[in-house]
Design a protein around this ligand. Sequence first.
Ligand code: BJW
Ligand code: ZN
Length: 251
Amino acid sequence: MTTTRLELDEGLIEALRRSHRVVVLTGAGVSAESGVPTFRDAQTGLWARYDPEQLATPEAFRRDPELVWRWYLWRRELVEAAQPNPGHVALAELEARLPGLVLVTQNVDGLHRRAGSRRVIELHGDLTRNRCVSCSRSSDGPFDLAPGVPRCAVCGDLLRPDVVWFGEMLPAAAMAEATAAARASDAFLSVGTSSLVFPAAALPYEALTGGATVVEVNPQPTPLTPRVHHAVHGPAGVALPALFAAVWPAV
Ligand code: BJW
Ligand code: ZN
């Protein structure tokens, strides 16, 4: 494994230059430089006394839907006020230069699409959408909790955020597409994720099994780090523009 502190290693650049089927998996760290707290840092301010792993569950929603909604509405406000950062922009610009790029995200903040990425596989849903707990009809848009937890216009049951909570299945088609792309990839980049949450955390191992060059971009080590071919220790908003400019310069 090579470790790079933003002087990009020639072996890494060469391996990526030879790659056409490139998969990038992103996590909350890619939005950190936009001011969106990472999932495991999201207990800031008013929410410091709650554990996100206790709020992002169907059990928490059944127990106290209003509490869970308050947490999500607070996060919606943060995300709506945030802007895509140079990491999101570098990925969006790469889409035009690298037709074989597959962008897979665990993020629910929509910042890849707002940066201009058109093909994004979203594994954990979208924080800005609502979905009925019974009939699954989805709806957009803000609401006020003052009259109580919002209800479905069709069947009258509770609306919930349209995200994937612990213990729930990921959208099957999205997961199948991401798994097939990881298996078939020449290069797989794991960016800004703690690599703790499955099944998304299994994707780089699929890529390793398929013979891909696996690269991690993260300021901190993760359980994946010992298995990758190249670890770039730095923030995504600096590392991705530098890496892509070195490997796939704009013509
Ligand atoms: C930077 C940076 C900068 C900072 N630049 N980087 C197999 C083994 C063990 C457990 C399981 C297993 N299979 C299933 C499970 C159970 C569970 C699981 O994985 N639990 C683990 C905690 C062990 N998985 C599930 O329940 C999944 N469902 C499932 O598998 O269904 C089948 C099944 C059910 C029941 C039993 C068995 C099977 C569902 C997982 C859904 C996850 N949903 C969430 C919430 C989404 C909605 C919301 O946001 O509220 O998704 S959890 C949360 O974690 C969120 C994230 O997408 C996800 C990943 O987090 P991420 O993105 O990695 O963020 P962080 O905060 O963890 O890390 C940030 C990283 O950025 C850090 O490394 C920083 O260093 C770095 N960083 N600044 C680059 N500038
Ligand atoms: Zn309904």
